[in-house]
Design a protein around this ligand. Structure first.
Ligand code: BGC
Length: 385
């Protein structure tokens, strides 16, 4: 308990006062027993993986704005998907007196040293969206229901192929369909949850022959794309088309766990003559799934090129991160809604999971535009303002 209540920026004596005060009025805007920390005295270090994906830019901005709105000082850093950079940024946050850390890890297993340092300085650590693994020094996890993301992606692939309707009832198509499978980065714990969720839907149909993975690449190791790189996904799709579809057959569907990968996959397919953009012997675009509702992909969905994405409202995730930080600042435990699922290899990390929504072209207006996530203009242009 005292660990959570003692802040690096406070003297040991003050930390003890905080601990002695318990939850009531300790820290936060009420101050600690009249002499403690106001929120503006507290600095929150926010470590994000990369700015190459819109999703993380939105996350960083939302967390920063909302924390500043509560009166905290925020040190937001992006690490260019480079593990040493992220480690060094976190070390520096600690040196410069961060009181709480919010971390979306690049490699979920690479931060043990930094987090030991955080623990030694009594700094609570909130794992943001991606679970930090192999350490006891992570105090809370805010994320989406990652298994359900995968289930939704598997279902969206079946719906796109016409095998299943959106309400889960059987569709008019019967197959068999050729599909290929992509997974995320193996150093990201989420990649396994997305894969397991999707395969819980797809495996029975692979087993009964409705879906055929012509490449034979059906393990997550074969399907994984390191660091979730668009170009790597494009290359893998090109290789699959050359090796498994050079006999006149076509790939009907592609399971893709992230919009960036989907765009690489779509480029490879377009270059091979799929979709409406090439007029020489046009053939339909394959059904390609996605995740994150990135604006470039929302436009592709609107234009009938990408089939679907999974919307994760980063504004709500930021709210949960801020709620968790505020709870720690006040000497309380954040409220968890899952205390079983996320074992990081050392302990089960108490978590708050948010729900997700599948978006097909028909849902763009109601889910993304009406909620203010994207404007109609942004969807039409494919660029955020
Ligand atoms: C996130 C996804 C994202 C992926 C690539 C995952 O950890 O949960 O939303 O698509 O990383 O950035």
């Amino acid at each position: 308990m005292s660990k959570r209540l003692g802040f690096a920026a406070l003297s040991a004596g003050m930390a003890l006062t905080l601990a002695a005060c318990g939850g009531e009025g300790a820290g936060g805007s009420g101050g600690a027993g009249g002499g403690g920390a106001e929120t503006e005295d507290l600095t929150i270090g926010v470590s994000m993986p990369t700015q190459t994906s819109e999703r993380w830019i939105a996350d960083g901005n939302n967390v920063k704005e909302q924390l500043e709105g509560e009166g905290y000082t925020v040190d937001l850093q992006y690490a260019n998907d480079d593990i040493p950079t992220q480690s060094q940024q976190i070390d520096q946050m600690i040196t410069e007196g961060a009181d709480i850390l919010v971390v979306a890890a690049i490699d979920g297993t690479a931060l043990s040293g930094q987090l030991e340092n955080a623990a030694a300085n009594n700094i609570p650590v909130i794992s943001y969206d991606r679970l930090i693994r192999d350490t006891e020094n992570v105090d809370f996890y805010v994320t989406f229901d990652n298994f359900e993301v995968g289930v939704a992606q598997g279902n969206a692939l079946l719906t796109g192929l016409g095998l299943r309707n959106e309400d889960g009832s059987p569709g008019t198509a019967t197959g068999p369909f050729n599909v290929e499978l992509f997974a995320g980065s193996l150093d990201d714990n989420n990649a396994f949850f997305f894969w397991d969720g999707a395969m819980s839907v797809l495996q029975p149909l692979i087993d009964d022959g409705t879906l055929v993975v012509k490449s034979g690449q059906t393990s997550i190791e074969q399907a994984a794309i390191l660091r979730w790189q668009q170009e790597t996904a494009q290359r893998r799709m090109e290789d699959l088309l050359t090796s498994a579809y050079n006999d006149g057959s076509r790939v009907d569907g592609v399971l893709s766990p992230y919009d960036g990968l989907s765009r690489g996959i779509i480029t490879a397919l377009q270059n091979a003559g799929y979709g409406p953009t090439l007029d020489a012997q046009p053939q339909p675009m394959a059904v390609v799934t996605g995740q994150d509702a990135e604006i470039a992909s929302v436009k592709l969905i609107n234009d009938g090129v990408q089939s679907s994405t999974i919307f994760k409202d980063t504004r709500l995730l930021a709210e949960q991160a801020v709620a968790a930080a505020s709870a720690f600042a006040e000497g309380n435990e954040p409220e968890a809604n899952d205390t079983e699922t996320y074992d990081n290899g050392v302990k089960v990390v108490p978590s708050y999971l948010l729900p997700v929504e599948t978006v097909f072209a028909d849902d763009i207006q109601s889910v993304l535009i009406d909620s203010g996530y994207w404007t109609a203009e942004e969807v039409a242009s494919g660029q955020s303002d």
